[in-house]
Design a protein around this ligand. Structure first.
Ligand SMILES: [Cu+2]
Length: 236
């Protein structure tokens, strides 16, 4: 084979390899962003992130009625946990990853009933921009404990060598008059939205501070097992 043909073939092989690698990388990135496997936290701008969470009374993928109404949820591996505890209350995606020095918008869609929030400290919104949230679009800074289902509380003091990040938000009950399906999923969930800013990188833990579990004064089960009413919050 003449040398100039050989050079051409090598060049073509390199081009094909580069195109394939770029294509696979883009594919990997888009699937990670859309089905959110085990983590959530989607970059929607240079320093802007969106976190979507749902709170389910049990594994949504065991509820045929719910999946029929929300086919998108069935594609989320994290929401469909397939764990040993499919009847446990849970946040859809326990592990959250966002960027440093960023504006984070968190949206929590709650399909569950109220629980008795025993500590008034957690009725107040803390650490968000303006120390407020919106509940179905209405701005609030405190939520009555009688209508709180859960809290979303990031504990800021994880290590002394990382920035302080303390956020605590009460999550309002679903619309009780809107009805529930046979598996206890609200037909009219309540949406809580809030924003905050991250500083430098850090690894934090979040959990629910409303006793929505079983045993141990409702602090057991999903309240004390990782991945249901608690998870990780990583700033990178
Ligand atoms: Cu809870």
């Amino acid at each position: 084979m003449q040398k100039k043909y050989l050079g051409g073939i090598v060049f073509l092989v390199i081009i094909v390899a580069v195109v394939a690698t770029v294509g696979l990388t883009i594919h990997a990135l888009t699937t990670a962003a859309t089905n959110g496997n085990t983590s959530t936290g989607q970059q929607i701008g240079g320093h802007t992130y969106s976190v979507m969470e749902s709170v389910f009374p049990s594994d949504p993928c065991n509820d045929a009625t719910f999946i029929k109404a929300h086919p998108d949820i069935a594609n989320q591996d994290a929401a469909c946990k397939n764990s040993n505890n499919q009847d446990w209350v849970n946040y859809s995606t326990p592990d959250i990853v966002v960027g440093a020095n960023s504006l984070v918008t968190v949206t929590i869609v709650n399909y569950t009933r109220p629980n008795s929030l025993t500590d008034p400290f957690f009725e107040r919104v803390q650490g968000t921009i303006g120390n407020t949230i919106t509940v179905n679009g209405k701005r609030e800074s405190v939520v009555s404990p009688t209508v709180v289902s859960h809290t979303f509380t990031i504990h800021g003091i994880a290590a002394s060598n990382q920035p302080w990040l303390y956020i605590s938000v009460p999550v309002t009950e679903a619309d009780l008059n809107g009805g529930f399906d046979a598996d206890g999923f609200a037909l009219h969930p309540t949406t809580t939205v809030f924003q905050f800013r991250t500083q430098g990188p850090g690894k934090y833990i979040w959990n629910c501070e409303a006793p929505c579990g079983v045993g141990y004064a409702n602090h057991g089960g999903p309240m004390s097992a990782k991945g249901y009413m608690s998870g990780t919050f990583t700033v990178q």
